[in-house]
Design a protein around this ligand. Structure first.
Ligand code: BGC
Length: 393
């Protein structure tokens, strides 16, 4: 494999500044189209939640239904402090081969598994449960949400179109846990924004880059003001290369989640594999983005490192361009520097990705912006949302 070939392959992932500003403006145009009721690749789904100002102290149950794991915990809120207790975490697929809840199981089996994790974390005592559900849903209120579409290559039949909160409530009742009361459902980006705003009030955007990718923000022109889940992973105004096209064609939902397929952990490993194959390097089937961290920390110019760096740098620039569009729409009280709260395994596990987003965000927003990690934002935000259902500003 010649170094020039690797350079040429890596070049397919390079974006110019002009392209990045055009992507930012494309996101803004997609927001405006959606707000005006025209066709748009963004969802901007209402959450019926606002950034909290004051919250009732108490203990809440929290469930985080993500793309890779189900996590549940009992979380205490006291005087502005938050404490996670009795955390239980189960992967959706057991790699020893005992189960796989991502596909080929019934709706009832999936939600009974989820309810089991909640009960384990709850122990004997019930309580109000906040449910972070990290997939696109249409909400008619805080406590009901219809699944619009599975993402992140999950494909359990029979859930699409159903009220996910009702499915969870039924599964809890079926095991005799009427004392555990699901009271609110929210997206993981909304949870991250709530969790960040709880200690940093100038937080105006919540974003996740983990197995999937998405962002939310409070749109000032929508009345009453509330956080909107943009489902930005589905944004499609992007220049795509031959590797993006090949990956999209072999995915479960070709044509959907185009930005997510260029930025999220579930796909980045496959993009590198496709690019590596072009240069004559075959990576094992089970090779994934989990292998990126050591490669990115070594100061090496090895072919694989060049490809990983190119794929991750582009992912970070795209995320920054999209986030810049949301920052520019948001209003921060008191002239403070706006902040973006970020969570997910790509933000948390790849410092190179985080640093690149932090570098490009103020450039593309054309104003100072601070980006910070909000670890466990998706589960902490579920407890904050449950507290909001008792008493919120
Ligand atoms: C889902 C979003 C979620 C994101 C991050 C995407 O696949 O559609 O709802 O916020 O992943 O988990």
């Amino acid at each position: 494999m010649k170094n020039e070939d690797v350079k040429e392959t890596a070049q397919a992932f390079r974006l110019t500044r002009t392209e990045l500003f055009a992507i930012r403006d494309g996101v803004t145009a997609a927001v405006e189209a959606r707000l005006a009721g025209r066709a748009s690749s963004l969802g901007l789904y209402p959450s019926f939640l606002r950034r909290p100002k004051q919250l009732a102290d108490g203990e809440y149950l929290a469930l985080d239904f993500g793309g890779s794991n189900i996590r549940a915990a009992r979380i205490g809120l006291t005087g502005g402090r938050l404490r996670i207790g009795s955390l239980v975490k189960r992967p959706l697929v057991d790699f020893a081969g005992r189960y796989d809840y991502r596909q080929g199981v019934t709706t009832e089996a999936l939600f009974s598994f989820v309810a089991g994790v909640v009960c384990e974390a709850a122990g004997e005592k019930g309580g109000l449960l906040g449910h972070t559900f990290s997939f696109p849903v249409r909400q008619t209120g805080r406590n009901s949400a219809q699944l619009l579409q599975w993402t992140k290559e999950i494909s359990v039949c029979g859930v699409k179109g159903q009220d996910v909160q009702a499915l969870l409530r039924n599964a809890l009742q079926a095991i005799g846990r009427n004392d555990i009361k699901p009271t609110v459902l929210l997206n993981d980006t909304t949870a991250t924004l709530l969790s960040g705003a709880y200690h940093t009030p100038q937080t105006i955007v919540g974003t996740i880059c983990g197995t999937g990718h998405n962002s939310c923000y409070e749109e000032p022109t929508v009345q009453p003001t509330m956080i909107l889940n943009s489902e930005s992973g589905n944004f499609d105004g992007l220049p795509s290369n031959r590797f993006d096209q090949a990956l999209d064609q072999t995915s479960h939902f070709p044509g959907c989640q185009r930005l997510e397929k260029m930025t999220a952990g579930h796909y980045l490993g496959d993009l590198v594999k496709l690019a590596a194959r072009e240069t004559g390097l075959t990576l094992p089937d089970n090779w994934s983005a989990a292998a990126f961290a050591p490669i990115l920390t070594e100061a090496t110019d090895m072919p694989l490192a060049q490809l990983v760096r190119a794929v991750v740098a582009r992912a970070a620039q795209l995320a920054a361009a999209e986030l810049a569009a949301f920052v520019r729409r948001s209003i921060v009280e008191g002239g403070m520097v706006p902040a973006v709260a970020a969570d997910g395994s790509v933000f948390a596990g790849l410092p190179f990705f985080f640093q690149q987003v932090a570098k490009w965000l103020p450039i593309l927003a054309e104003q100072p912006v601070s980006l910070y990690l909000e670890p466990d934002g998706s589960i902490k935000g579920a407890a904050i949302a449950a507290a909001c259902t008792r008493w919120c500003r």
